[in-house]
Design a protein around this ligand. Structure first.
Ligand SMILES: C[S@@+](CC[C@H](N)C(=O)[O-])C[C@H]1O[C@@H](n2cnc3c(N)ncnc32)[C@H](O)[C@@H]1O
Length: 331
């Protein structure tokens, strides 16, 4: 039964704390507060500029582009402390399986450099470190078993991290929101992730990293919150090494009309209520549900990733399209 549920959830396929590597000059040092571009101003010149400013959506509201980042910031500042509990409550724990699926798609090798943008409280990076460490441990066990009549020294050597040629796997969690990162750092301490992890405040639209730095770029449930998706994709392309992989896990479009209606009823009627009961915050969770509906569907998003210069762009749906994983390569 459990296996069947897991299959339903996952199939429906189509189509050491310290400085981060390659931090870009002085653009956005660790723990700097993000700067927001306000559209409203008392001066006449600014009023004229504001009236010409493009608008965008914040959930179902239309807002001037310059206001969106600040409003999104406030949402995550408000939910940060309850973010992980709410994720479990809203998805009945299924977000864990979706995140595991992202790691299985990534299948990282030991030595991989990951940039996890909009990384929040660190879920993807923690999974990444667990994954590569379990791969390494499996390999060392295999090698130890393969030794015939090994001495104690040979066994100990086969388990020890390779000094020569050993490249540490590293994850950089980058997020615009200091509060989300603060919760993440505390979780890392509690869960004893002591090495291979850095936390950087940064805007996905203007990443504080040099070009060609990372093997893998992930963004999970983050890209629907940004103002300019195209800029985020351009930045992802810039910071990846040639051969590097872009992976995005995001809510998407349920194509089955019956499931879609059930999903809508659940999202709009239950999630804000859960937000109020668990986190005392109806409005933020109303925004989260609305933002999901404003995000482009699977095919449109695939085209946007291709336009940003990625190759071999593919996606697969999880849970009937409630979420999708998009993948592309920088060649
Ligand atoms: C729904 S949370 C996802 C967190 C984490 N990736 C996860 O899967 O649990 C969305 C995150 O996106 C971040 N975010 C929103 N806009 C951003 C931007 N322009 N640059 C970087 N992070 C951003 C928020 O601060 C928040 O932590």
């Amino acid at each position: 039964m459990a296996a069947a549920v897991r299959l339903f959830v996952l199939r429906t396929v189509r189509g050491s704390p310290g400085p981060a590597v390659g931090l870009r000059g002085a653009r956005l040092p660790v723990w700097n507060l993000p700067r927001f571009r306000h559209s409203a101003s008392s001066s006449q010149g600014h009023d004229a500029a504001a009236s010409e400013e493009k608008s965008t959506h914040f959930g179902f509201e239309t807002v001037p582009e310059g206001q969106k980042a600040e409003r999104v910031y406030k949402v995550f500042e408000s939910v940060a402390q309850k973010y992980d509990v709410m994720n479990d409550a809203m998805s009945m724990g299924i977000h864990r399986l979706w995140k595991d699926a992202l790691l299985h798609t990534m299948n990282p090798l030991p030595g991989t450099r990951l940039l996890d943008v909009a990384g929040g409280t660190g879920d993807i990076s923690f999974r990444f470190l667990d994954y590569v460490h379990s791969q390494e441990a499996r390999r060392w066990r295999r090698e130890a078993r393969a030794l015939q009549t090994p001495s104690w020294k040979e066994i100990a050597d086969s388990y020890a991290p390779r000094a020569k040629g050993h490249r540490e796997s590293r994850a950089v969690v980058c997020d615009i929101n200091k509060e989300m990162l603060k919760v993440g750092r505390q979780r890392a301490k509690d869960l004893r992730y002591t090495t291979g992890l850095s936390w950087v405040v940064g805007d996905a639209e203007e990443l504080p990293f040099d070009d060609d730095q990372f093997d893998v770029y992930t963004i999970a449930f983050g890209i629907r919150n940004v103002t300019h998706i195209d800029k985020v994709l351009e930045e992802a392309h810039r910071v990846l090494k040639p051969g590097g992989r872009f992976l995005c896990l995001e809510f998407s479009r349920v194509s089955n009309p019956l499931l879609s209606r059930i999903y809508d009823a659940y999202s709009f009627q239950l999630i804000p209520v859960l937000g109020e009961v668990i986190a005392g915050d109806w409005k933020s969770y109303q925004y989260l549900v609305e933002s999901i509906r404003r995000f482009p569907d699977q095919e449109t998003f695939q085209s946007m990733i291709e336009e940003a210069g990625f190759f071999r762009v593919r996606y697969h749906n999880l849970t009937a399209g409630v979420v999708a994983i998009h993948s592309g390569f920088k060649l």
